[in-house]
Design a protein around this ligand. Structure first.
Ligand code: ADP
Ligand code: MG
Length: 243
């Protein structure tokens, strides 16, 4: 089984520094994979390579749904299939919440405005902020803005959702509302790759947990395997420090 996301020998350097040392990873359609590990271990670099926000070594391969992730015409298809949510919400401040969610489907998918609006309102309701649709992002709390960012990514009907520490910039009381949206997304068939420090979320929601350190996957397994019976010393040390 090649997996929906297929990564082979993924290497990435920044100048003389090697951030990823040949990652092999297959993620099945609909699978929810959480990536944990210390700061600087390459988690962001790994997920940024998947939609080519970072380029990578020429002898590495990444495919998403069978389409190679590389410069050229196919990249548009990959980017349309892969939604991304970052630590910083990156909403357009001069557009209302509703317009933020409508924009890509209209521009990229050429969806008629009325249809884009209907779908955007539905998605905003789904993430619990239907009543905020006509406000500007700056008027919303961090947790609400991050839910808008999730709705905006979902508006493109992605096959894959990449999350890079989506709750790390939030005040603690807002973390739960964003994790709840992500929980409800898991199991809907969308493939999810989530970099997170929320070990409770990873344990509860992930089909598989990957521990990275030093640009390598040190260990991966079910949440029970990783959290209850980690095999590698580096995993145990990391979990000992964060749990
Ligand atoms: P993580 O997300 O696990 O904290 P990153 O993927 O952001 O780690 O970074 C992995 C390593 O690559 C770190 O040592 C970081 O300093 C380095 N790095 C990341 N992006 C760049 C960049 N644009 N230029 C130089 N070094 C980078
Ligand atoms: Mg990071």
């Amino acid at each position: 089984m090649p997996g929906y996301i297929h990564i082979r020998n993924l290497k990435k350097s920044f100048g003389s520094f090697t951030a990823l040392h040949g990652i092999d990873l297959d993620i099945a359609e609909g699978e929810v994979v959480c990536v944990i590990g210390p700061s600087g271990s390459g988690k962001s670099t790994l997920i940024r390579c998947i939609n080519l926000l970072e380029d990578y070594a020429a002898d590495s391969t990444i495919t998403v749904g069978g389409t190679p992730v590389q410069r050229g015409r196919a990249l548009e298809k990959v980017r349309a299939d892969v939604g991304m949510v970052f630590q910083s919400f990156n909403l357009f401040p001069h557009l209302t919440v509703l317009r933020n969610v409508m924009l890509a489907p209209m521009r990229v998918r050429h969806l008629p405005e009325a249809e884009a609006e209907q779908r955007a309102r539905e998605l905003l309701r789904r993430v619990g902020i239907g009543e905020q649709a006509d406000k500007f992002p700056g008027k919303l709390s961090g947790g609400q803005q991050q839910r808008v960012a999730i709705a905006r990514a979902l508006a493109m009907e992605p096959k894959v959702m990449l999350f890079d520490e989506p709750t790390s910039a939030l005040d603690p009381e807002m973390v739960g509302e964003v994790l709840d949206v992500m929980k409800s997304l898991a199991g809907t068939g969308v493939t999810m790759l989530v970099v997170t420090h929320e070990m409770g979320f990873a344990r509860q929601v992930a089909d598989r947990v990957i521990f990275m350190d030093g640009g390598r996957i040190v260990e991966s397994g079910t949440p029970a395997q990783i959290f209850d019976t980690p095999q590698e010393e580096r995993t145990r040390n990391f979990l000992g420090a964060v749990l």
